[in-house]
Design a binder for this molecule. Structure first.
Ligand code: DAU
Length: 345
């Protein structure tokens, strides 16, 4: 049982804000401190239900800023930390391969150092299945080598190495979770699902990379949050835990399902030259027995969760339309997809 204050970094982002909600519902007496840099993908609207809630405190700032981080640990008596703060988009990491090092590597070290200095009881660093690289058949286990293949996943692997080193060198009580492709409400519309749902709703072309045969393992965000919570409460110091949904689909199959749910035609699909090139991982798949041994399993039925997610975007244009109509978002879409989508942009 967790008592004291929990610090949730990146808590205004997609998985982070869902975790804040998940945790608050189950720990009504605990203080929740969110630190978030509110970069393009962070959005205080994701946490609007906590406005005026005395249990909740928001700090704007970056995890790589030692002054901000130490100040929070000092003032808030933090006992538990979950680190979601990260640059998380592979495509953006292809455009700016070094821009993510600050949050994905340096920031992890800053947080760990403060956690150790202020005697935090438990710390979970949220990582990704992408640190393993790609797997053509079978499942990744936690003791497989880390062989990342994109600037983003290399950054996440670097963050994990910080955790490993702090556990060994300073005894920091930290664990790592490696989640698979996550979907649900409040996901910034640049990842395939919210990107394609919102574009299809506007009748726009859906840019499928290459042949669309890459396989991802889809995990409903609530199941991901439950996995992180179990590791926070019961995980062993220094260990990593795979959190996967066990729902493997090719991108093409997933896209057809989304179009089916929306009642939109498959003629919206455009196969474009793969912008990730050789770095596009063919498949991810996880063995989750280690998290299962802690008592976790993904509870969501994939079809129901996908349908609920699609419905959420249909029902919440007031959340996503200001994002997709903003100039920074449009500038990114033009820069990344302009060369291949042309007039279909
Ligand atoms: O596996 C966990 C990872 O899943 C997380 O660590 C990352 O933060 C998260 O972004 C996600 O990485 P992916 O690169 O797999 O996600 P994304 O939604 O960007 O792409 C999913 C697949 O869809 C991938 O094979 C590329 C393809 N794709 C994506 C976009 C945005 C397209 O074909 N067209 C697109 O426009």
């Amino acid at each position: 049982m967790v008592t004291g204050s929990i610090l949730i970094t990146g808590g205004a982002g997609f998985i982070g804000s869902n975790f804040v909600r998940y945790w608050a519902e189950r720990h009504p007496d605990q203080r929740i401190i969110v630190l978030d840099a509110l970069t393009y993908a962070g959005n205080l609207a994701n946490l609007s239900e906590f406005d005026g809630d005395a249990r909740f405190r928001f700090y704007p700032g970056r995890i790589e800023d030692p002054t901000v981080v130490s100040g929070i640990f000092r003032c808030e008596k933090v006992t538990h930390v979950v680190n979601f703060a990260a640059e998380s988009h592979n495509d953006r990491s292809m455009l700016d391969p070094t821009g993510l090092i600050g949050s994905n590597v340096t920031g992890v070290s800053v947080l760990l150092e403060a956690a150790s200095r202020y005697g935090v009881e438990r710390f979970v660093h949220v990582s990704t299945d992408e640190v393993y690289g790609q797997i053509h058949s079978g499942l990744f286990r936690e003791d497989d080598p880390l062989l990342p293949r994109t600037p983003y996943s290399a950054g996440k692997a670097g963050g994990e190495m910080q955790v490993r080193a702090h556990v060994i060198a300073f005894g920091t009580p930290a664990m790592v979770t490696r989640g698979s492709n996550t979907f649900g409400p409040y996901q910034y519309p640049e990842k395939i699902l919210p990107f394609f749902i919102t574009r299809a709703l506007d009748g726009k072309a859906l840019p499928l990379y290459g042949d669309g045969r890459q396989v991802r393992d889809w995990l409903f965000v609530e199941d991901h949050c439950a996995g992180i919570a179990v590791v926070l409460e019961k995980g062993q110091k220094g260990e990593a835990y795979n959190i996967g949904g066990g729902n493997e689909f090719t991108n093409a199959d997933l896209t057809r399902r989304v179009l089916g749910l929306l009642g939109k035609p498959e003629s919206l699909i455009r196969h474009i030259p793969d912008p990730r090139g050789a770095a596009h991982d063919a498949r991810y798949a996880l063995d989750t027995a280690k998290a299962a041994a802690l008592g976790w399993s993904p509870g969501a039925d994939f079809d129901d969760a996908l349908e609920a997610t699609v419905r959420w975007y249909v029902d919440h244009p007031s959340w996503w339309r200001p994002i997709v109509e903003s100039e920074p978002y449009q500038a990114y879409i033009r820069r990344y997809y302009g060369p291949t989508l042309g007039a279909d942009l």
